[in-house]
Design a protein around this ligand. Structure first.
Ligand code: MLC
Ligand code: AMP
Length: 507
């Protein structure tokens, strides 16, 4: 028996093969058959070029139907799909190409001039482009070949994808995700969120992360549902689609931006049965205002790149603001102290998780993998929380100083290391401060060794090096950084002293 997750998908959409799958409003609707066949054609091209089972395919393209077809192509042919944030700079992409030892790279046609040299340096000989309209070298080649209509047999623990997640030391680690990780999490979510006939998913998330690629798309596919597929989140293009949707998945910023629209309210949400939020904390303020304005309660769930979804509030029963709900079926969650000893109900400690959803390790980093796993097989999430006697989990923070800005993770160390290289910088400390739109906004505190150093110097220095979303939204020049008696920078004090930097009290 094959455990290829794509095999599971096909069994679910076979009866809806000619029904709409990806609908791009005012443009086109692709059936399951269209995307399945396109994936077979893309797989044929890649196989013909010599890509083999287990090879890594690094992908940095815009969201499109062909991007989904490429993902399916990798699954069906047993290639390891490695999607990258489309905001990453060429320098960042170069790191991923080298680290994965990629057999092939696929980038957006508009980025070819910048990325081809990077692929050459990394020694990746197979470089393709794929646009949003069937164009690009891969898209055009796929239109010329007969499809490869097979699905490679995979074992449960074979790799399906690798998703990079930033590390505390500043360099990203590839989280290895298996076919069984994907299948088990998708089946659990499809069940607990009670997907039903006629559900239509409104999809405005990026498809290079767990949330948009796995959680959202997989649930819809298992349900053979139609997906209203928007290129990105824009409140003005999303709102007209809401009346036709039954499910919306988003990061908290989606909901705060909807609420920022004075005329947003119950009427346009009448058909929606499930609003899901995750990837970052949903504030009780947004939760309650959403209910007042629409009559709907947002269903908050908790997940990670390394684990997929871990817990969720129930979709219909009481959802509680500020909690992330109960462990998914077959998933075990516990809250422990510093010695991994179980804590009593309601005590605050470290959140750990075990189950079929937990990834199989960091790519080529066995020691980092071992450090994050307990002897009895629980993964250390790095999140801090408490569990009620009935199993309901509440998150209160993180043990690392990772920042979550609009649902994207930013590791301060990565930004600090680059800022510290700039001439005229003595030292820096990067923190996240409450931000009305993004939840947390990245802020750099800078001690200058050259009094002539300006914010523009710092911005210019980062522009070519790291994605814009990681770059500080504000720079604050200080004479010195607060330190404790051990000489360690006191980020907590910086956060407390500058809590209102973005004009907002603690959220
Ligand atoms: C964009 N920008 C951001 C940003 N997104 N800056 C900080 N944080 C972000 N999240 C910057 C751009 O670089 C640009 O900068 C400017 O903001 C405007 O860009 P935009 O493309 O117009 O962005 P915008 O529409 O504002 O996007 C905000 C957003 C988007 C919240 C809609 O970031 C988004 O879709 N986030 C979802 C992230 C996600 O899917 N996370 C799931 C991770 S999986 P400049 O300087 O050029 O003006 C995970 C596990 C789990 O965490 O549990 O799900
Ligand atoms: P990532 O590494 O991008 O997968 O981000 C995972 C992290 O996002 C988790 O470890 C949490 O810190 C955070 N996260 C995800 N969902 C939630 C949520 N509902 N509430 C608070 N934090 C969340």
């Amino acid at each position: 028996m094959s455990h290829n997750v794509f095999e599971l998908f096909t069994t679910r959409f076979v009866d809806a093969y000619y029904e709409p799958f990806l609908t791009i409003p005012d443009e086109v609707s692709y059936s399951y058959a269209d995307i399945d066949r396109r994936s077979a054609a893309i797989a044929a091209v890649l196989l013909d070029e010599g890509v083999q089972v287990g090879d890594r395919i690094v992908v940095q393209i815009d969201k499109s139907a062909d991007a989904v077809a490429l993902y399916f192509a990798c699954l069906r042919a047993g290639f390891v799909y490695v999607p990258l944030n489309s905001a990453y700079t060429a320098e960042e992409v170069g790191y991923f190409l080298a680290d994965t030892e990629a057999a092939a790279v696929v980038f957006a046609p508009g980025r070819a001039a910048k990325l081809q040299p990077v692929a050459d340096i990394a020694g990746v000989t197979r470089a393709f482009t794929l646009g949003t309209k069937g164009n690009g070298t891969l898209g055009e080649a796929a239109s010329q070949v007969p499809g490869w209509n097979h699905i490679v047999k995979r074992d449960p623990d074979d790799l399906a994808c690798m998703l990079y997640t930033s590390g505390t030391t500043g360099r990203s680690k590839g989280a290895m995700i298996t076919h069984n990780n994907l299948a088990s999490n998708a089946l659990a979510l499809h069940g607990i969120w009670r997907w039903r006939e006629g559900d239509v998913l409104l999809h405005a998330l990026p498809i290079f992360h767990v949330h948009g690629l796995f959680v959202a798309l997989h649930c819809a596919i298992l349900n053979a549902s139609e997906v209203i597929f928007l290129p990105s989140f824009d409140v003005n293009t999303l709102r007209p689609q809401l009346p036709r949707a039954t499910v919306l998945m988003g990061v908290p910023t989606f909901y705060s931006r909807l609420l920022a629209e004075p005329d947003f309210g119950a009427a346009e949400c009448a058909n929606v049965r499930l609003f899901i939020s995750g990837s970052a904390p949903l504030t009780p303020g947004v939760f309650h205002e959403f209910t007042e304005r629409t009559g709907h309660t947002i269903c908050e769930r908790y997940g990670m790149t390394e684990t997929g979804i871990i817990t969720s509030n129930p979709p219909e029963d009481a959802k509680i603001a500020g909690t992330v709900g109960y462990a998914l079926p077959k998933v075990e969650v516990r809250v422990v102290d510093d010695d991994d000893a179980l804590l009593p109900p309601d005590a605050v400690g470290k959140v750990q998780v075990r189950g079929p959803n937990v990834f199989c390790g960091y790519w080529q980093q066995p020691e980092k993998t071992a450090a994050e796993m307990t002897v009895d097989g629980f993964f250390r999430t790095g999140d801090i929380g408490s569990m009620a006697a009935d199993g309901r989990l509440t998150l209160v923070g993180r043990s690392s100083d990772m920042i979550i800005s609009g649902g994207y993770n930013v590791y301060p160390k990565e930004v600090e290391l680059l800022l510290d290289e700039v001439a005229g910088v003595a030292e820096t400390a990067v923190v996240g401060l409450p931000h009305p739109d993004l939840g947390e906004g990245v802020v750099a505190f800078v001690v200058a060794s050259d009094p002539g150093l300006t914010e523009i110097d710092l911005r210019d220095a980062l522009n070519e090096r790291i994605a814009r979303f990681k770059q500080p939204k504000a720079y604050i020049f200080v004479d010195e950084l607060p330190r404790n008696t051990m000489g360690k920078v006191q980020k907590v004090q910086l956060r407390t002293d500058h809590n209102e930097a973005f004009g907002l009290l603690d959220m």
